[in-house]
Write a protein that binds this ligand. Structure first.
Ligand code: ATP
Length: 939
């Protein structure tokens, strides 16, 4: 080998060595690079898988052929030597990711679905969530008093990305809580219909038939939507609306919402639910289902629908909106159906896939609806009696915010009258025989059954000649009374003063309540009750039947009645005092319509058939067409939209109000009501003011009769030892005079011990003798010295008495005189006799009488005399000086004749049988009408 060759060989070797070294180095770099690329690919894989979600990644076809780690060049050249990394190279990472996935879902999977199932079961028991086998076909029984299911089941959900599918029930809030908005595709629209139908049947089957009304409107079809529900139409539980008349449905719903606001949501309540409290739902739900076609509604309809949505939930209006694009500014649950039939909903969020419950069996749905309709019809025909107005349990309601009473039925549903701060007083009208009294019984029965006597007091006044309210007070045949009645006034037609007395009493009570409220720094009864929970502040309902009598004349009684009525009508509302006025014909009552301040307060109007002017005529003529035993109940001052027409049950027949009264009376009798019966004369021995009289008072009280007031108090005069304390009775009828004198003397008799006082009864007219003898007997029986003298003895009595008084006056005698009462029947009959002068002393009997009248009272000597006319009385008195008669009772004497004896108000007195006008100069500023007592004298 030449040296040259040798050198070449060495060079070649060296190159070979170099190449080996270089390729070794390159090989190791490539390995390094590949290892790094693999790691990077795994990272990328993990990043991608975690990023897109394990569940999705596992389904992803692209990921099966993963080549993210090829370099750009390699991708470009598609190096055939390099096979793509198979998934197995990611197994380790995938296992880790899966483990982490399972771990993160572990808690949810093991407990979540179960908890949700329990939750749904507890807040949505029964038809609200259970399988249809347990309820479909059985009409609901709930009346809302047990609450409303908080959720209503729609299907089954699974968390879309969970490692294991753990299904759980999906339910949505509805009634009062949220509307429902469903959107579907053309492929899934059928499912939307199914969802609506199932939900409606759940709701309809939960509540008593009648508590849920369904309205359906479908833009695309006149009929055909929800066909299974059609049997409901015959019971008026389903109304299908014309596709072209969405505005009518929306108007109807808006009007309904308005009415609920004005009639139901009063006294601070914001929702029907809060009004119903724990009781029966008072206002049925109205579910309006609107099927659209994915096109927007017209602008005005859209706005109206939004308004209904906004205000509806509080008023029981529930919307199911299907495929109508709309935004709603109130709670709404959305269910979005995809073409494949799966759904998402806002209740569970986008990560839960909901599979809606399958449709209810085709044949069972109409059958279930028919059963609901039938039950409703049955209930409707059954509901309508007096008992149906009454609650299951009596006396459970609270009257703080007002009182509410079902009074009749419309389509089997109760229609109520409400009295509260916003509807304070009621006006009832209807001609004779139209059922006013019956209506009042229905209302009073319903009220009394709901509210205990601590919550509600009644003052009942009947101007009619009859006995409408008499049964509410204890009677001879029936000893029971209405425990709520504090006062019953019957046959008051001639005693309009009693109406004034009642209004005055209410006005005083109103003031007392206002003062109490002021002390607690509140202004109305509801707040006073909250501030003073132990105080007794019942609502007062005062009923005046045939109240037009109150305004019957143009006199002071009418003036006083008008003024007091205005006072109570305007200010009674906040103090829980409510007036219910009823009349055959309210149209001509000047005192009522003449004062807007009065009638404006009577926002509740009740018109019986053919009633005139109770409603806002002529626009509202609903009363004209009203069938028999029906009434228009209107809480909006009689304007047409406020009309509610209902049938009033017979509430006066035997076994209705009378039985209720007996039941309530047996439950708690309380105090018997005061009774004022204008046709009866009060028996003196039954009058408390009389039986309460006792000996011992130095200035005894004389009772002259009964004042026409709420308390039934006696008219009284105190016989103080001051001038003028004598009493004159003026009138021509012996019966009236004898009743007053007899009652007065008997009351004096009760205040003296035996033989302590002397009674001289002078009977100067023959027809008074039986009365004088009766009185003498009564006084003697009580141990008093009572003698009867006739006209023959009168002069002597007067002369002797006058002499005794003179001797005391002149100091000749000091011995105080025994109380001496001279009861003189028909003084004027002895006038001629008394005018004769004694020839020796030149004194006449009239002089003696004047002396007795003048000086007697200071010395326990009082005259109780009867004169048969004013002039005749004046003849017994010094000319022009009438002071010695301090008190008088006049009967058949015209007012103007009495002017010289009393204030100008006496002018308006028109005499009427068995009523007297009483005036005590010392005590009164105005005269009072009194009823003389029955002293037990046989007629
Ligand atoms: N809803 C009703 N169902 C059955 N009968 C009724 C009903 N309402 C009233 N009646 C009967 O009609 C008659 C007259 O009724 P009611 O006395 O209530 O009328 P009114 O308007 O008060 O008449 P009046 O003013 O003459 O007293 C009574 O016999 C009563 O029983």
């Amino acid at each position: 080998m030449s040296r040259r060759d040798d050198r070449r060989q060495r060079i070649e070797d060296a190159f070979a060595e170099f190449q080996r070294a270089v390729s070794a180095a390159l090989g190791s770099v490539a390995r390094e690079h590949r290892a790094l690329a693999t790691e990077h690919a795994k990272d990328m894989f993990e990043f991608t898988v975690r990023g897109m979600g394990v569940d999705k990644a596992l389904q992803d076809v692209a990921l099966k052929d993963v080549t993210p780690f090829l370099t750009v060049d390699e991708k470009r050249t598609k190096n055939p030597r390099r096979a793509p990394l198979s998934m197995s190279q990611f197994d380790e990472r995938l296992a880790q990711i899966k483990h982490d996935w399972e771990q993160s879902f572990h808690e949810w999977t093991s407990t979540g679905p179960e908890q949700l199932a329990e939750l749904v079961n507890s807040v949505a028991a029964g038809p609200a969530s259970w399988p249809h086998e347990s309820w479909l076909g059985h009409p609901g029984t709930h009346d809302g008093s047990e609450g409303v299911p908080e959720l209503w089941r729609i299907g089954t959900g699974v968390v879309t990305s969970a490692p294991t599918a753990a299904p759980f029930p999906v339910a949505v809030p509805l009634l009062d809580q949220a509307h429902l908005h469903i959107s579907s595709t053309s492929d899934s629209r059928q499912l939307a219909d199914t969802l609506v139908e199932t939900l409606l049947l759940r709701v309809l089957s939960h509540f008593q038939p009648g508590l849920v009304h369904v309205h359906v409107w479908d833009v695309g079809q006149l009929t055909g939507s929800l066909p299974g529900l059609y049997p409901l139409t015959r019971a008026n539980l389903l109304t299908v609306h014309d596709p072209a008349r969405l505005h009518e449905l929306l108007d109807e719903l808006s009007e309904h919402i308005r009415q609920v606001h004005t009639k139901v949501l009063v006294d601070g309540h914001l929702t029907v639910r809060s009004v119903s409290g724990e009781g029966r739902r008072t206002e049925p739900w109205r579910v309006a289902v609107l099927f659209g076609n994915r096109k927007a509604l017209k602008e005005d309809q859209q706005q109206q629908l939004q308004r209904v949505a906004r205000n509806g939930l509080a008023c029981g209006v529930q919307l199911f909106i299907v495929d109508i694009p709309i935004t709603i500014n109130s709670p709404v649950e959305t269910v979005s159906l995809r073409s494949d039939g799966s759904a998402t909903c806002t209740m569970t969020g986008k990560h839960v896939t909901v599979t809606l419950d399958p449709a209810l069996p085709r044949t069972l749905v109409p059958r279930a609806c028919a059963a609901i309709a039938e039950k409703r019809e049955e209930r409707r025909s059954r509901m309508g009696k007096f008992e149906d107005l009454l609650p299951d349990r009596p006396w459970t309601e609270n009257s703080s915010a007002g009182v509410i009473a079902p009074v009749g039925f419309d389509d089997g549903e109760q229609v109520c009258v409400q009295l509260g701060d916003t509807s304070p007083h009621a006006l009832i009208g209807g001609p004779s025989g139209s059922g006013k009294t019956n209506f009042l019984y229905a209302m009073l029965g319903s009220l009394c059954a709901r509210y205990s006597p601590n919550e509600l007091e009644l003052y009942l006044l009947d101007f009619k000649e009859g006995v409408s309210f008499a049964q509410f007070a204890p009677g001879r045949k029936d000893p029971s009374w209405l425990p709520h009645a504090r006062l019953v006034g019957v046959n008051v037609n001639t005693d309009r003063e009693f109406g004034v007395a009642l209004l005055r009493f209410l006005s005083d009570e109103m003031r007392r309540r206002a003062d109490a409220a002021k002390q607690h720094e509140v202004t109305k009864l509801e707040h006073l009750r909250a501030e003073d929970p132990t105080g007794l502040w019942p609502r007062i309902v005062a009923v005046i039947d045939e109240f037009q009598y109150l305004f019957g004349e143009r006199d002071q009684v009418t003036a006083a009645a008008t003024q007091l009525l205005e006072d109570v009508a305007r200010r009674g509302r906040s103090q829980g005092i409510h007036l219910v006025l009823s009349s055959q014909d309210v149209s001509g009552i000047e005192g009522f319509w003449g004062k807007s301040a009065i009638f404006e307060q009577f926002t509740v109007r009740i018109a019986l058939p053919k009633a005139r002017r109770v409603l806002a005529e002529p626009q509202n003529d609903a009363a004209v067409e009203l069938p028999r035993w029906h009434a228009v109940i209107n809480h909006e001052s009689g304007v047409k939209p406020g009309n509610e027409i209902c049938r009033i049950p017979d509430s006066t027949a035997k076994g209705t109000m009378d039985s209720l009264q007996l039941d309530l009376w047996n439950r708690e009798k309380g105090r018997a009501p005061g009774l004022f019966d204008g046709s009866k004369i009060p028996l003196i021995d039954a009058v408390t003011d009389f039986s309460d009289l006792r000996p011992g008072d130095a200035s005894p009280t004389v009772l002259l009769g009964q004042v026409i007031d709420v308390a039934g108090s006696a008219a009284r005069v105190r016989f103080a030892r001051t001038p003028g304390r004598n009493i004159a009775v003026i009138g021509s009828v012996v019966q009236d005079a004898a009743a007053v004198l007899g009652g007065a003397a008997a009351s004096l008799g009760r205040q003296h011990r035996a033989h302590e006082a002397v009674f001289t009864l002078a009977c100067l007219v023959e027809e008074a003798m039986p009365s004088a003898l009766h009185l003498a007997k009564r006084l003697s029986a009580d141990g008093h010295d009572a003698s009867v003298v006739t006209i023959n003895g009168i002069k002597d009595v007067l002369t002797r008495t006058a002499a005794e008084l003179q001797s005391i006056n002149t100091g000749q005698s000091e011995a105080p005189l025994k109380p001496h009462y001279l009861v003189l029947y028909g003084v004027d009959a002895a006038q001629t006799l008394l005018e004769q002068k004694d020839p020796a002393t030149r004194m006449s009997g009239v002089d003696s009488l004047r002396t007795v009248l003048k000086h007697g009272p200071e010395n326990h000597t009082h005259v109780l005399g009867w004169w048969r006319g004013v002039t005749r009385l004046k003849a017994s008195l010094p000319p022009g000086v009438y002071d010695d008669i301090g008190a008088w009772v006049a009967f058949d004497v015209q007012g103007k004749e009495l002017l010289s004896l009393g204030p100008e108000q006496v002018m308006s007195w028109s005499p009427r049988p068995r009523r007297g006008l009483f005036f005590d100069r010392f005590e009164h500023s105005r005269p009072q009408v009194i009823i003389p007592f029955d002293t037990g004298e046989a007629p």
